[in-house]
Design a protein around this ligand. Structure first.
Ligand SMILES: Nc1ncnc2c1ncn2[C@@H]1O[C@H](COP(=O)(O)OP(=O)(O)O)[C@@H](O)[C@H]1O
Ligand SMILES: N[C@@H](CC(=O)OP(=O)(O)O)C(=O)O
Length: 559
């Protein structure tokens, strides 16, 4: 039987026929580089579209004949059986799977979408990750014989045993992991040290257990499921333990594994969020706190799925952190750019890197509330109507260090800026917000990202020492960045309003920066006045008569 590939092309024939099982390789017509690996005639049209989208491709048929397809987008394609392929990713965070009851509700929620064949990504149950880290820290100093008395270990054992019992699945599903965890804590107690590598190993038990329990429960209620450890199915990362980056090879490896398994024996994949495998060390790595969002978007891009859903405990991305102001409202629509900026500048709701795969694959991301599935949530896409948008969200990042660096004029302006940034590069320190004049630079650093707690002061002293070779340096700690995310095309209106509020509240802004991204204005204020500022700004932008929140997106987002 011949599988056919139909392409509504601009310059080429609309239809090509290839024998089933033929392999095709996508090559860019410009660079002849292999893009996204290859696809087979038995692959779904989804995968083909993903391979070819928005590019001009040569499609070469393995075994000789070469067809050249010049087309910016493959509009319609049919390869082999395209029915019943995986459709979307559904990621559930720790709060969504915190107990047996929550797991049951999540299973019901998944089943309430009978037309979806989702890849499920899960975080560890509730606060398990924090408890695992605490247990590791306690093990360093408690002595080998006392490991079994560590309170957090007891809590984790009890939570996971209670959950399997209440769900009616077998205890052995988690017992092996719980025993291994205790052994690991004994090893830490013996060595009296907890390296970053070991921290990643410890926290991995959380996701490894939650996914095993959930997959077993789905099986028990008659939904065929298959558990996967991300580090076993191709999530290849850098070896930056506790904050690893996903490497490009991940996409093809993960797609191949999940697609192959699905095609040979369909079962809902249940994948551990947050985890990967270091490409050199081959050890378990983690993607930074909240990294399961990134796992979800990576799978979405790898498989070219229709949609990525991240299910949280709030009604979507909100106008500000609800812990600062409980009247925060859901934001109906965001662009990838706005969401990335919001996450980068501290909104805990999304992992800072998670928008990148979604943007690259142009796959919509929905942020939904697993406690309130009927709430429309937030839809994040490449573009949205910005005509009515002024401010979208206010984000607060606390405990930031600010540096005022004034040149001693030993170097010209160009040399001065270059030298300052080379010092940060050499020290491996990332800079968040920058404002410059001809002879001075003000910038903020985010210590939590790069330094272990004990090293912060030592590292900061070192930075200042280096900078003082060329400048007068003023180190200002306990500052906060308030980021105004929105339509910076209307920056004058935003600034006028914001400064009005701040002046009325007697707040002195110490630095201001408008990002080149055009979605973010950052203001630096003292830590102790920051929360009050956010509340006042929120009230002015979102609760007054004047337009604030983009009102054009109140329609229901989900079926
Ligand atoms: N702008 C914001 N919008 C929504 N939630 C926010 C925002 N800023 C902070 N949060 C916090 O983020 C939490 C959701 O993120 P997270 O804890 O990572 O969820 P999960 O563990 O379910 O993935 C919310 O409970 C809320 O307290
Ligand atoms: N369990 C990890 C990873 C994660 O993404 O969690 P959550 O989805 O609950 O934020 C953490 O706590 O960081």
């Amino acid at each position: 039987m011949a599988a056919s590939l139909q392409i509504s092309g601009v310059k080429t024939a609309p239809s090509h026929s290839f024998p089933k099982q033929t392999s095709f390789h996508c090559r860019s017509a410009f660079s002849s580089q292999l893009h996204f690996g290859s696809f087979r005639s038995t692959d779904s049209c989804r995968r083909l579209r993903h391979c070819c989208k928005s590019r001009v491709f040569k499609v070469s048929c393995e075994g000789g004949n070469v067809d050249v397809i010049e087309r910016n987008e493959v509009e319609k394609s049919t390869l082999g059986e395209a029915k019943n392929e995986l459709t979307c990713v559904m990621k559930f965070g720790g709060s969504s799977v915190a107990s047996a009851e929550r797991m049951r509700e999540v299973a019901d929620l998944i089943l309430s979408f009978p037309n979806e064949r989702p890849v499920i990504v899960l975080s560890a149950m509730g606060k398990t990750t924090n408890k695992l880290l605490l247990a590791g820290e306690k093990a360093v100093s408690c002595g080998v014989t006392k490991v079994d008395t560590i309170e957090e270990l007891g809590f984790i054992k009890e939570l996971h045993h209670r959950t399997v019992d209440e769900l009616g699945v077998e205890r052995w599903i988690v017992d092996e992991h719980l025993q291994e965890l205790e052994q690991l804590l004994k090893g830490i107690a013996m060595m009296k040290e907890l390296t970053l590598r070991t921290k990643d190993y410890i926290v991995s038990f959380g996701e490894c257990m939650s996914t095993r329990i959930f997959a077993a429960y789905l099986d028990k209620i008659g939904v065929k499921a298959r558990q996967y450890d991300a580090f076993e199915i191709g999530f290849i990362t850098t070896d930056d333990f506790t904050n690893a980056d996903i490497l490009e090879a991940t996409y093809t490896a993960v797609a191949k594994r999940l697609d192959d398994d699905w095609n040979s024996n369909p079962a809902i994949p249940v994948v551990t969020g947050f985890l990967g495998k270091g490409w050199r060390s081959c050890a378990i790595t983690t993607l930074g706190r909240g990294g399961s969002d990134l796992t979800a978007t990576t799978i979405g891009k790898a498989l070219g799925l229709r949609e990525i859903q991240v299910w949280k405990d709030v009604d979507g991305v909100l106008t500000c952190d609800p812990n600062i102001y409980s009247g925060a409202q859901p934001v109906p629509y965001l662009t990838f750019e706005e969401a990335a900026e919001l996450a980068y500048f501290g909104a805990q709701v999304l992992h800072p890197q998670s928008m990148r795969p979604a943007r690259e694959g142009d796959i919509p991301v929905r942020v939904k509330n697993s406690y309130n599935p009927n709430a429309p949530g937030t839809l994040i896409t490449g573009n949205r109507d910005m005509s009515k948008a002024v401010l979208t969200s206010i984000v607060l990042k606390r405990n930031v260090t600010m540096l005022d660096i004034v040149s001693t004029r030993m170097l010209g302006q160009f040399g001065f800026l270059a030298k300052v940034f080379s010092i940060f590069e050499d020290l491996g320190i990332s800079v968040d917000v920058v404002a410059t004049s001809e002879v001075s630079i003000s910038l903020t650093l985010d210590p939590s990202k790069l330094w272990s707690r004990e090293l912060i002061q030592q590292e900061l002293d070192h930075v200042v020492e280096e900078l003082e070779k060329i400048a007068v340096v003023n180190l200002l700690q306990h500052r906060s960045i308030i980021s105004l995310i929105g339509n910076v095309q209307r920056s004058s209106l935003i600034l006028e309003k914001a400064f009005n509020v701040l002046r009325t509240n007697g707040v002195n802004v110490q630095m201001i920066s408008q990002g080149a991204s055009k979605v973010n204005i950052s203001l630096v204020v003292n830590d102790n006045e920051a929360e009050e500022c956010v509340r006042a700004l929120h009230s002015s932008f979102f609760e007054s008569e004047l337009p604030g929140l983009d009102q054009c997106g109140s329609a229901s987002l989900m079926r």
